[in-house]
Design a protein around this ligand. Structure first.
Ligand code: NI
Length: 205
């Protein structure tokens, strides 16, 4: 059983490292920069159509003209997701007025359990400007794919009806046009996130 858990953890680490490498081969796993493919388009992100925590339908177009800070997780997560949302909330506070133009977005990878109501209740524990997004299985699957997020259900051996999600944990900063500006592969490192966001937001672009 331990071996199995180790394998899952390694797989998760690999997914994160691979993503970091694909996005920015020259940088370490905890940093990123604007990277585009040969056609000049960012390789992460894209159109989505989802439902927010108030029950309103939204698309990626609704976030245009602002920065969007995107994190994928699920509300039943016992550790990494709440830690990351805490770090994101603190980062926004530390950035002060620089963060005014950022919309923080939490997209669930567990739409089965994360209804708009559940998201709304959950997000009260974090930054007041956080927007929660959920959708149908197909809508979420499409968003996960667009952002290259790894997420896999892991059934609870004691209680087969219960499950956790094994998942990558990356924070993406998307630009005014929906393009990837930068990402932080370790979502639980506050200093790294603040530093990278500050740099991205103050750089002449
Ligand atoms: Ni999590």
């Amino acid at each position: 059983m331990n071996l199995k858990l180790t394998a899952v953890a390694l797989l998760s680490l690999c997914a994160g490292a691979l993503l970091a490498y694909e996005l920015n081969p020259s940088a370490g796993p905890a940093s990123g920069s604007l990277e585009a493919n040969s056609t000049g388009k960012a390789r992460v992100g894209g159109p989505f159509s989802l439902t927010d925590h108030t029950g309103k339908r939204v698309t990626d177009q609704d976030f245009r003209g602002r920065y969007m800070l995107v994190y994928f997780g699920y509300t039943f997560c016992p550790d990494v997701c709440p830690a990351s949302l805490q770090v994101i909330s603190s980062a926004l506070d530390q950035l002060g007025p620089l963060a005014d133009n950022i919309t923080p977005v939490f997209i669930t990878m567990d739409p089965e359990r994360d209804t708009p109501e559940k998201l709304s209740l959950y997000l009260k524990s974090f930054h007041p400007r956080l927007i929660g997004l959920t959708g149908t299985q197909a809508e979420i699957a499409s968003a996960l794919k667009a952002y290259r997020v790894y997420a896999k259900k892991v059934p609870d051996e004691q209680d087969p009806k219960n499950y956790t999600m094994d998942h990558s944990s990356v924070v993406y900063l998307m630009g005014h046009g929906g393009d990837l500006v930068t990402f932080v592969a370790d979502s639980t490192k506050l200093d790294a996130l603040v530093g990278q966001l500050r740099k991205a937001l103050t750089d002449k672009r």
